[in-house]
Design a protein around this ligand. Structure first.
Ligand SMILES: [Zn+2]
Length: 439
């Protein structure tokens, strides 16, 4: 399968001919955007009552920077609600885990048509590295509040593959046993779950697990984590970006691994300077902002995702002209910038720590007071736990360019311990814990 089918799926969903060119796609997206914004302004109480909305019609993409942002707090407050349809049209309401300090969970409602759009997207996204007849293990935890397992299984059946639901996501040993028993061709799951299984299976002396591809999704995946899975399983690793707000699917890694190709029929993406809100040109790093293009039960106009990345609209070496997210770096909330400009980002911590063989997960916390402390609690399978592991991580973290000088000068203290768990179970995305003590 080539990326041509992925691009054709986007053209079809935009109502275009399969041979439509890149300019046709962008024109169609711009008019979808104008229509989606007009619909949100009419049917969503939140957008109807906004007082900071500029006068006059919104004609399309060029007008977007004039509009105010929508924040996760707007979604959580739901006063007025964003939901645009009557209760009868809503097929599913997903409540996201509480995050931040507001304590109010965000709720996203989905209509039947958009759930179908998500299955269609999964179908064509998985087809980039999955063929008819492939056995595909699904290792997402079934207790996740916004489980994607059902949609993924349905999408895999549509492409003629065989979904295998493995309900062992929090136990790497059980996952390794299930993979050896089922012998899948492809496995899809959260990054740290698959890292733990990959490292354990490479070290436990059992039969090798032969996979052709792995999909990591539902949380940020550091480059070193993906390399470790490639090394352990000798397979392609495809990353996926998305969140409940994007309708689960958002962007998927192509065979060239030169970025994640966006779900362009459903999402319009901007990258902005998070401090000023100013739009950034293609290629510059900033906060990813999304607007929904198709009719949605919960329409979003310029929604600030809090994720960091770059947008590239040049054609890709894989043959696709669909724009890409590159250089994804986790979330703004998972960065702590100290008074002297010292920046501690979970994405950087992950990249260093997951580069050390044996680590399957890490919990990181920063305590800021008279001095700053970075505490790392490591998880490792019993087989790979050793006194040397914490020391190897400590040495690697102390040498990291981003903060090594602060460790050397005593400005930043490091505490590295190995926990007695294999993996830290959690219902939400990993985060950098942060506490401030005032002396
Ligand atoms: Zn590509």
């Amino acid at each position: 399968m080539t990326m041509a089918d992925y691009d054709a799926c986007i053209r079809r969903r935009l109502g275009l001919d399969p041979t439509a060119d890149h300019a046709d796609v962008q024109t169609a997206r711009s008019s979808r955007l104008a229509a989606a914004i007009a619909a949100a302004r009419t049917t969503s109480p939140f957008y109807r009552r906004r007082t900071d909305w500029p006068a006059g019609p919104v004609d399309g993409a060029a007008d977007l920077p004039r509009l105010p942002f929508t924040t996760p707090e707007d979604l959580a407050r739901a006063d007025p609600p964003l939901v645009a349809v009557s209760g009868a049209d809503v097929a599913r309401i997903v409540t996201l885990p509480t995050s931040g300090t507001s304590g109010t969970p965000k709720r996203i409602a989905f209509g039947l048509a958009e759930l179908e759009a998500t299955v269609d997207y999964f179908h064509h996204g998985m087809a980039i590295f999955t063929e008819a007849g492939d056995r595909v293990a699904i290792a997402f935890a079934s207790d996740r509040p916004a489980s994607v397992g059902d949609g993924l299984a349905l999408a895999l059946k549509r492409l003629g593959a065989i979904p295998l639901r493995l309900d062992v996501a929090d136990d790497p040993a059980a996952l390794v046993a299930a993979l050896r028993h089922e012998g899948p061709d492809v496995v899809a799951g959260p990054p740290v779950t698959l890292l733990a299984a990959a490292r354990l299976s490479a070290a436990d002396g059992g039969p090798p697990i032969r996979l052709k591809a792995v999909l990591v999704s539902s949380d940020y995946a550091a480059p070193s984590l993906k390399r470790a899975i490639v090394q352990a399983w000798d397979c392609a690793v495809h990353d996926h970006w998305g969140m409940t707000e994007t309708g689960y699917g958002g962007a998927v890694d192509c065979p060239a691994h030169l970025g994640l190709h966006l779900r362009e029929a459903d999402l319009f993406v901007e990258v902005i300077d998070p401090a000023t809100g100013r739009g950034l040109p293609p290629g510059e790093e900033g906060e990813i902002v999304i607007s929904t293009l198709q009719p949605r039960a919960t329409p979003l106009v310029r929604y600030r995702t809090g994720d960091i990345g770059r947008l590239v609209d040049a054609p890709c070496a894989c043959g696709s002209h669909t724009s890409r997210l590159v250089g994804l770096r986790g979330r703004i909330r998972d960065e702590v910038v100290l008074g002297d400009g010292l920046r501690l980002a979970l994405a950087d911590i992950d990249d260093v720590v997951f580069g050390i063989d044996g680590v399957s997960d890490v919990e990181a916390s920063v305590t800021v007071g008279p001095s700053a402390t970075l505490a790392l609690r490591l998880a490792a399978p019993p087989l790979l736990r050793s006194p040397a592991l914490a020391e190897a991580v400590r040495r690697a973290v102390a040498a990291a360019p981003a903060w090594g000088h602060a460790v050397a000068s005593g400005r930043l203290r490091l505490e590295v311990t190995v926990g007695d768990t294999v993996r830290f179970t959690r219902a939400e995305k990993r985060r950098l814990h942060h506490e401030v003590f005032h002396a």
